[in-house]
Design a protein around this ligand. Structure first.
Ligand SMILES: [Zn+2]
Ligand SMILES: [Zn+2]
Length: 139
């Protein structure tokens, strides 16, 4: 069943590691009847709303095979470029989920940040179960 959502849960960091196909650049690609979709954008749009054309999805956990929408933040190109600077990135006040980076953050081995708030984690897990039940986009 290629239309299934195939992710492996990283229980420690809350990452949804893509276990489906990837494109030639190694980016998660969701193959549907209508063709290939960017898995990050598709999942983000489904649970957090559409990504504007001028926005980029920044991987706040710094793991590009992670498709958890709460580890992605839709930012402007300017902001995306700024975030290449580790000093700038380390001072960001909020996590991708909206929680306070100084109170709730947990650092990934790649130098990113994820949320350790239990309520936040539980709602992410519930969303993942829903997405798994729904399967691939029909568009
Ligand atoms: Zn992640
Ligand atoms: Zn959170």
């Amino acid at each position: 069943m290629s239309s299934q959502l195939l992710v492996e849960r990283d229980e420690l960091y809350g990452c949804w590691t893509w276990a489906g196909k990837t494109n030639s650049n190694g980016y998660p690609t969701w193959w549907t009847k209508a063709g290939p979709r960017d898995a990050h954008a598709e999942l983000y749009a489904r649970v957090r709303g559409p990504v504007a054309d001028d926005r980029y999805l920044d991987h706040v956990c710094r793991r590009r095979t992670c498709v958890n929408p709460w580890h992605l933040e839709a930012v402007t190109q300017r902001e995306n470029l700024r975030r290449r600077d580790w000093g700038y990135r380390s001072k960001l006040a909020k996590l991708a989920c909206g929680h306070d980076a100084f109170l709730e953050a947990m650092r990934t081995p790649e130098g990113g940040k994820v949320c350790r708030n239990a309520v936040c984690r539980t709602s992410q897990e519930a969303a993942l179960r829903r997405l798994e039940a729904e399967g691939a986009p029909r568009r």
